[in-house]
Design a protein around this ligand. Structure first.
Ligand SMILES: Nc1ncnc2c1ncn2[C@@H]1O[C@H](COP(=O)(O)OP(=O)(O)OP(=O)(O)O)[C@@H](O)[C@H]1O
Ligand SMILES: [Mg+2]
Length: 220
């Protein structure tokens, strides 16, 4: 089990009103699986993904990643940078940097040596080898999102957290993105957690969940 969540709760305060976004969430994610989460807008999908990705804290409950308690982990930044790759709805690439530089950023943050050969291999794997020196604005939406996935995997994480990764793509590019996730899952044994409004993306989950009224339920 790569992610183990027990009785997780999260509340937001909006002035005098309290918003119980996540109520006693339990979730066990097997290593090397794809899990998908759907639910109405505002149901807490992004909140849950942020907590799993250690970008936000829960109010109570337990979160174990690779058997390690996130709450007790003092090297949380390192854990996040090494173990988790993020893909968001908007690619968040830095327009002033080339694709090569964008993809290299997590390596630089981890203060790790950049292996040029490895980087070229990665660009080959993602079918963008000829574009390494291009800038994000010269790419199509689908290509940009592919670069965002490259940046997410450059540190060889064990988990990818993807929040509406196809939310900004047309059908054709959304399909390509799904195939890419499935390829990364089978070939690189990556565990992938996806929140989505798209039923086709939802259906690639080995386990599929629905978040409604603060509860997470398995969808059969
Ligand atoms: N920092 C915050 N402060 C107050 N309320 C917040 C905060 N972040 C999220 N919320 C609220 O928590 C609820 C859940 O938000 P969240 O973004 O997790 O929903 P979501 O399921 O991802 O929605 P969508 O499908 O629109 O992306 C919403 O009602 C939102 O307004
Ligand atoms: Mg969201």
């Amino acid at each position: 089990m790569i992610v183990d969540i027990k009785k997780l709760t999260k509340t937001f305060s909006d002035g005098s009103t309290k918003l119980h976004v996540l109520k006693d969430i339990n979730l066990q994610i097997d290593k090397g699986s794809i899990i998908t989460i759907k639910g109405p807008s505002g149901s807490g999908k992004s909140t849950l993904l942020s907590i799993i990705g250690t970008l936000d804290n829960a109010d109570s409950g337990e979160l174990l990643i690779n058997g390690m308690s996130v709450q007790e982990n003092i090297n949380i930044d390192k854990l996040r940078n090494k173990s988790i790759g993020f893909v968001f709805q908007f690619h968040n690439l830095i327009s002033e940097l080339t694709l090569e530089e964008n993809v290299s950023l997590p390596k630089m943050i981890a203060k790790e040596q950049l292996d040029k050969e490895e980087l070229i291999e990665l660009f080959e794997y993602f079918d963008l080898k000829d574009r390494m020196n291009s800038f994000p604005n010269d790419l199509s939406g689908g290509e940009k999102q592919r670069v965002a996935v490259m940046r997410a995997v450059v540190n060889n994480p064990s988990i990818i957290v993807a929040d509406e990764p196809t939310g900004n793509l047309d059908k054709e590019n959304a399909l390509k993105m799904m195939s890419l996730f499935q390829k990364l899952n089978t070939e690189k044994k990556l565990t992938i957690i996806i929140a989505t409004h798209d039923e086709d993306v939802f259906n690639i989950g080995h386990k599929k969940y629905q978040l409604v009224d603060g509860s997470l339920d398995l969808v059969h």
